[in-house]
Structure formats: C-alpha cells, structure tokens
Design a protein around this ligand. Structure first.
Ligand code: ADP
Length: 502
C-alpha cells in the first residue's frame, strides 16, 4: 500500500502536489515578499480571515492584522532586514489576526524564511487558537466561579494532603477557627483537631486515601484559643489528572449553636414537664390547704369552747391544762398561717403592688426558701433594719426573688466547709432600700459572672439558668436593680436595691 502511494507521488507533478497540499491543509499558509506583499494565500486562510484569495494577493499582509500590528508590521520587516534581529521568524508565537468583518481572533503564527528564485520570501503558517482559547477561558471562568463559591461560603472549605498538610483554607475557616490562611497553609491540620480526635482524623484520611468519602459526620474541632466547636464534616478524595488520590477536600459546618439550641429546647421541655407536675401538685396543695383550713378552724373552735366550758364549770385544776390548750390554739393558728402563705405563693395571679413591710416579706421568703430543703448545716444570720419604710412591691414576686437567691446560695455551699448565709436589709439612701444575700459558697467564675443575669446561663447539670434572669426582670420592673459582687471572705453576695416610692 505504502509502495503504491510512493509510486503515485512520484508520478504527479510538483505543481499538482503543491496545489493539493496547500488547498487541503487545515492551517493557513501565506507567502509574502520582503515588502510584505502577499504572494500566496491558501484555502484555509480564506476560511480563517473571510477574504477571498484575490482580495488579499498583491496587497500588504498587514490587512490581516489588527492595530497596532497593522501599522507597525512594515517596521518589523525593515528592522529585520537591517539588523537580522528576528522576533518571530524561525520561531513563531501567538499573535492576533483580523477577519474581514473586523473581528479579532487569537492565532499561532510560525514564520519561515526562504527564497523563490532571487526573491526572498517569508512563509507564514497560521493556526487558529479561537477554540482552544475559548475552552481555556471557559475552564478559567469555571475555576473562578468555584473559587468564588469557596470564598463566599459560610461553611468551612479546606483541602489537605493525605498526610494532613493544609493546602487551601477559605475565609469561613479563617473566621470560625481564628487562624488565617497564611498561618495554616503548608502546616499540619492537627492544630484544629482536639487531642482525643487525632485517631479519628487519621482514620478518615486513611479511608479517603482508598477512595472513600465521609458524609455529615458529627465531631468536634478546636479553634485558636482553645474553644471547641461541634461540626458536621464531609470529606472526599482529591484526584490528580491521572486519577491518583493526592489529598482530601473537607467541608465543615459549624453546628455548635444549633446543638446548644437543641439541648436548651430539650432542657426546656424537661423543665416544662416538671413545671406541669409542680403545677398539678400546687393545685392539689391549694385545694388541700383549703380543705385543711376547715378542720383547723374547727379544732381551734373546739379547744376554745372546751376551755370556756371548763372555766365556767369552775375550772378545777385548770391552770396547767389552760396553758396547754392555749398552746394547742397557737399551733393550730400557726398551721393555718403556713397554709395561707403557701396558698398565696402558689396562686396564679396578676402582678399586684401594694405597700408592704419588706422585712416581713424577707422572713416569709426565708421560711419558704428552706421548706423542703434540708438546711445542710447552713447557719443563717439575719440583720434586718427595724426602721425600713414601707415600700410598694408585689410581695409574692419579691419573695420569689429571695427564694431563688437562697436556693442558689445553699446549692453553692454544698461543697464548701463554711456554710454561712447572711441576709440583711437597710436603707442605702433617702429613697433607696437595699437587701443583701451573702453566702460562703463556691463563688462565681468570671466567665459566668459576665452573663450571670442572661437567660440559659447555668453551670448546673439540671439547671435551666433562668432563675437570675427572672429575678432581674422582677427587680427592674419594680424600678430597682440587682447585681453580684464576690464575697471578700469567699463566696458570693447578691445585692438588690429598691426605690422607696416608685
Ligand atoms: P440555675 O440555678 O438554673 O443555673 P440561675 O440563673 O439561678 O440558674 O443561676 C445561673 C448560674 O449562676 C448558676 O448555674 C450558678 O453557676 C451561678 N450562681 C448563681 N448564684 C450563685 C451563688 N450564690 N454562688 C455561686 N454560683 C451562683
């Protein structure tokens, strides 16, 4: 077969061969003389530049160039003739061509030099780069699109080598982890892996190395400064052009807040369930208190009547017995008063402010605060100023505040050796009454103290962290303020100021 073609080629004359080659060539072929006049212009050129051969031949080749080449081209040829300094001849490079309709396109031009007879000529081969450049631009744009998605993502997006060296680190990673890309790129990923999660990360990298991906895996990561966050992690292999896995890309969503909200919601639910139980019991106790009132009153009446009858009947040997009966009446009255207080504390009611004796309210609150809690060896020191003016408060609400402070204080003293609770009231100014509740408990760490009165701040396993925020709402609604200072002898002091005539 090959032999046949060789034979055929030998038979055709050179002119025919030239015609076949130049008309069938995919690349443009242009021959010009030393003055840049076009001598030859092939079929591919016609397709490329849109000019027919007869429109170009005999004219300056610069008609196929956009500015500034068009004007400068004669100069290039002159310079080459004088200096032999070749910029393109024998080399070739990417230049621009201009079509008949004025549009400009990228092309690769290689120029050779030769002679036809005595005439020096230049042969240009023109390769159209339009499609290649368009494809490159499409890819570059796709890369820019991707880069912008990564840049603007709220999720952390990073990549690393299979041995855990960070390769890319997006702005969300900078914001959330607190490390800049400069600090992390080229460094090990371990900076953000909590020590107890290292084995897990090694395992993930191993799996990704075998081509596996990890989807929405919940774990924790470490920020600069030591704060731990909960993240949902997805990791996939990164492959080279050849398909070899060279690293891992990871997307991390910070779900810390979401998890905290869920935790709070479930705590809240538990608390609600508890509140519902308390409510049921309090309704029961309310009813019970009501029921008990009658027999108590009856007991008091019977005892009083018995005492009267006995004294009317001469009351022989009655002194001792009378004093016992008086004691019985006193105890029955006391039981009645306790029931009354409990009822009004439990009652659901609209806030209602009247002039009250603050010390009396404090004493009631103390009695309520210790109901049901073993005092655990807490010693109570009361220092209530006797000359306090009456102030307008909602007594039940103020009692609620004090009960809450007492409960917190006794809890804080569970683990301490000294368990001293001091409550005092005094005038702190012409129009201000102050209450302090001081304990010798654990004290409050700065981190908690700063947001002590915010809702949901708690250090307790079963705490809701709403007690103090409710206290603040109540006190501020009374025109007063509540704050905390550390107890100089260890523990905590809560102070409340209430205006005298708000
Ligand atoms: P809770 O008691 O449900 O946690 P609070 O709002 O009443 O909610 O209290 C918030 C947090 O403040 C507590 O978890 C505790 O850490 C701290 N705290 C409050 N009072 C005291 C106190 N007297 N001593 C030490 N810590 C306290």
């Amino acid at each position: 077969m090959t032999g046949n073609i060789q034979d055929l080629l030998a038979l055709v004359d050179r002119g025919t061969l030239f015609d076949v080659l130049t008309s069938m060539a995919v690349d443009g072929i242009i021959v010009i003389d030393k003055k840049a006049k076009v001598l030859f212009y092939n079929e591919a050129c016609r397709k490329l530049f849109q000019y027919a051969s007869e429109e170009v031949v005999s004219r300056n080749v610069n008609m196929l160039m956009p500015e500034p080449y068009r004007t400068e081209h004669d100069g290039y040829i002159d310079r080459y003739r004088k200096t032999g300094d070749a910029r393109i001849i024998g080399i070739g490079r990417e230049v621009k061509g201009r079509r008949k309709d004025g549009t400009v396109f990228p092309m690769y031009l290689s120029v050779g030099e030769g002679a036809i007879g005595n005439e020096r000529v230049f042969i240009g081969i023109v390769h159209d780069l339009t499609d290649i450049r368009a494809e490159e631009e499409r890819r570059a744009q796709a890369d820019r699109d991707l880069a912008q998605i990564v840049e603007s993502s709220d999720d952390i997006i990073l990549s690393k080598s299979l041995d855990g060296i960070v390769r890319t680190w997006n702005p969300a990673a900078e914001t959330i982890f607190g490390y800049t890309a400069v600090e992390m790129v080229g460094r090990p990923i371990w900076a953000i892996i909590p020590p107890d999660r290292r084995a897990e990360e090694t395992e993930i990298l191993r799996r990704v190395g075998t081509g596996e991906s990890v989807h929405h895996y919940e774990t924790s990561r470490l920020c600069k400064g030591g704060r731990e966050i909960t993240v949902s992690l997805s990791v996939s292999p990164i492959r080279e052009g050849t398909g070899t896995i060279i690293g891992a890309s990871a997307i991390l969503r910070d779900v810390t807040e979401q998890r905290q909200i869920e935790q709070r919601a479930s705590k809240l639910q538990a608390e609600l369930a508890h509140a519902a139980r308390v409510n049921a019991v309090s309704q029961l106790s309310s009813a019970l208190a009501h029921e008990l009132n009658q027999p108590l009153t009856a007991i008091m009446n019977y005892v009083s009547a018995a005492k009267l009858r006995w004294s009317q009947a001469g009351g022989v040997g009655s002194d001792k017995a009378f004093s016992l009966l008086d004691k019985a009446i006193l105890q029955a009255e006391r039981a009645g008063a306790i029931i009354q207080r409990l009822r009004s504390f439990l009652e659901k009611r609209e806030p209602h402010r009247v002039e009250e004796d603050l010390n009396a309210a404090l004493q009631e609150a103390i009695a309520l605060g210790f109901v049901g809690s073993s005092n655990d060896g807490v010693s109570l020191a009361l220092d209530l100023a006797p000359d306090l003016p009456a102030i307008r408060v909602d007594k039940v609400q103020i009692e609620q505040v004090i009960v809450n402070l007492l409960r917190n204080a006794t809890e804080a003293m569970k683990e301490t050796d000294r368990r001293e609770l001091s409550i005092s009231s005094y005038r702190a100014g012409a129009k201000i009454v102050e209450i302090t509740v001081a304990d010798t408990g654990s004290g409050i760490p700065d981190s908690v103290a700063q947001q002590l009165f915010e809702p949901f701040v708690t250090t307790k396993e079963k705490g809701m962290g709403v007690g103090l925020s409710i206290c603040r709402t109540i006190i501020e609604a009374h025109g007063g303020r509540i704050w905390m200072v550390p107890n100089p002898t260890g523990g905590t002091i809560f102070k409340i100021q209430l205006p005298v005539d708000a």
